[in-house]
Design a protein around this ligand. Sequence first.
Ligand SMILES: Nc1ncnc2c1ncn2[C@@H]1O[C@H](COP(=O)(O)OP(=O)(O)OP(=O)(O)O)[C@@H](O)[C@H]1O
Ligand SMILES: [Mg+2]
Length: 313
Amino acid sequence: MSECKSTSRNSQQIPLTNIADSQTQDNIPQPIEGIGEIVLVASGKGGVGKSTVTVNLAVSLRNQGLRVGVLDADLYGPSIARMFGASEGLKTDDRGIAQPTECHGVFVLSVASVMPPEAALVWKGPLVTQTLTQMFREVQWPEVDVLLVDLPPGTGDIQLTILEQFPICGALVVTTPQRLAVTDARRAVSMFHELDIPVFGLIENMDGYLCPCCGEHQQLFPSGAAKQLASDRSVAYLGGIAIDPDAQALADSGQPMVTAQAGGVTASRFNELADQLTSAVLKEQKYRAFQARESDHSNDTSHTDFWEPLLDE
Ligand SMILES: Nc1ncnc2c1ncn2[C@@H]1O[C@H](COP(=O)(O)OP(=O)(O)OP(=O)(O)O)[C@@H](O)[C@H]1O
Ligand SMILES: [Mg+2]
């Protein structure tokens, strides 16, 4: 059952970004009114749990007191509206501008809210770009501290459009333990690094099974590949999330685990991940402040130079 509410707490834990003040070059994406930090949730392979992670992190960040939005950029396979239990259709204001739906205290926007479930999107590049621009810039977003963007799998058109057009703070990469998934996650990490977008961490979803009787963590797949990738690319390994037998039913009925099973093992993991994400965003803000101070840019450092020493902190 949906818990769509209209309440929203104010928080300044992560202040709204003021990128506009420090960026004047034409090729730098302009800030989006009302939206603070944009964090992408990405993967190489499909079905590894990006949308599950997005929904639960969003609600967890909201529970920390942040104002949070979620944009479902998986135009061809949108899951976010269902996982939030968002009702169909989008509200519009008196000028006819669409507004995200508030669910579980999070502002949610998905093409699934305006398309019949059986409709197949067969859009080519220009229409994809246009739709994403509308979703980011032509919707009346309320002020949010963090906007989580649920990406489709891979390193395709949608990812590149978003990275080129919108001011991205950083990305989380989700993988499962299997080598095939990790190999594709490596490509996703490379894409972000090539575009100097910090990867805030690697999340290893479904990394084992928690015995319902004794709570013991049982490993189902060979482990180590995700940690190795994190180490190779100097990305923080944020830890695993075990297979939760209730995850699918809760997702299908629009109930985030952090709400439906608050206090449970999986919910606790998401809360820890939300803390790690908040710290990463604050570090990135520190980096930007540092860059802004170096106004002549004589000491320009890449994100990698900045992030690598911080990983050990
Ligand atoms: N930790 C978990 N335990 C059990 N089931 C999970 C877990 N994480 C995700 N799932 C289930 O796995 C399926 C795929 O998850 P999800 O839709 O989040 O993946 P995705 O990466 O977003 O997929 P896609 O690439 O298709 O967008 C869903 O049915 C979800 O409920
Ligand atoms: Mg998904």
